[in-house]
Design a protein around this ligand. Structure first.
Ligand code: 13P
Ligand code: SF4
Length: 298
């Protein structure tokens, strides 16, 4: 299967991108694994004709926003993101009509239609930088209330919240972290900014998934309690032999990130199926918000 997939990728001048939470067998097939920001930048920069996106729907949409001339394939149409579903363009329009005019910072974990109504996007890797780049002192941050509150601790600006969250990260509790710290007293605790503020407050560092990879590689510590989706434990252990990684909670599993199988990749490459394309009237305004963010990282 692996040989067939590699052959089809080559024949179609296709690149396979995988998020850091994808299962090990998918990461092993990928040309590049990364966090949301790295994958967005790679999707914008690649000269491939086809992008096979092993992640969830909003990630494939972001690739299509950045590269409308490319064919973007999501091997499983039902790989979505519950947090992205917690905001709709209609609900955002209603909120904007009810508050004074202010910029809208939208997490990339959102639909293209919501990005199209936003001033600028952010990821977990650059949320603080994005907020600080604004000239205004007041802003609305959507859809993740945890990311917004964790960002608010690093700025004097007033951040209005949207009541959304990642159900997987939101379930990590202070009690879970205390239990993990008790079991592994020498370990550093690293948390994803999608975790609740009271959990992030306990962390030695709050980082995106790739930020955690770099932190673990550079740190002199040899044990880590990892406060994010458990899929990250595999690449962390693989890239850091001799270091030990413990899940902050075994329950942090995102079912949507586990849907794509090598068989799905083969099928989508054989049939060019699973295409994700954002209509131009949404893509153009969404692109402005995504490009403003990417410009800060270049
Ligand atoms: P990052 O990899 O950008 O940290 O994103 C985490 C996530 O939840 C993606 O769905
Ligand atoms: Fe969405 Fe959370 Fe799954 Fe990421 S881990 S795709 S934010 S539900």
């Amino acid at each position: 299967m692996q040989t067939k997939i590699r052959k089809l990728l080559k024949e179609n001048n296709a690149v396979l991108l995988a998020h850091n939470y994808e299962p090990p067998e998918i990461q092993a097939l990928a040309d590049m694994c990364g966090d949301s920001l790295e994958l967005s930048i790679r999707a914008a920069d690649t000269d491939a004709d086809v992008i096979v996106f092993c992640g969830v729907h909003f990630m494939a949409e972001t690739a299509s926003i950045l590269s409308p001339q490319k064919t973007v394939l999501l091997p499983r149409a039902d790989a979505g993101c519950p947090m992205a579903d917690m905001i709709t363009p209609m609900a955002l329009k209603a909120r904007l009509a009810a508050i004074p005019a202010m910029p809208v910072v939208t997490y990339v974990n959102s639909s293209a239609a919501v990005k199209a109504l936003s001033t600028i996007c952010c990821t977990s890797a650059n949320a603080i930088e994005v907020v600080q780049s604004l000239t205004e002192d007041e802003l609305l941050m959507t859809p993740d209330r945890n990311l917004a509150q964790n960002t608010a601790r690093h700025t004097d600006k007033t951040i209005h919240l949207w009541d959304g969250c990642c159900p997987i990260h939101d379930r990590l509790s202070v009690a879970d972290v205390e239990a993990a710290r008790k079991a592994h007293p020498e370990a550093l605790f690293i948390a994803h900014p999608e975790c609740r503020p009271e959990v992030v407050a306990l962390a030695d560092a709050a980082l995106s998934t790739s930020g955690m990879m770099r932190f673990a590689a550079e740190s002199e510590a040899s044990e880590f309690i990892v406060g994010t989706e458990v899929g990250l434990l595999h690449p962390l252990a693989q890239k850091n032999p001799g270091k030990t990684f413990y899940p902050a909670s075994e329950t942090m599993i995102c079912p949507d990130m586990k849907k794509i199988t090598p068989r799905d990749i083969l099928t989508c490459l054989e049939n060019m199926s699973g295409q994700v394309r954002v209509p131009e009237e949404i893509r153009i305004p969404a692109l402005a918000a995504v490009e403003r963010m990417i410009a800060l990282s270049r």
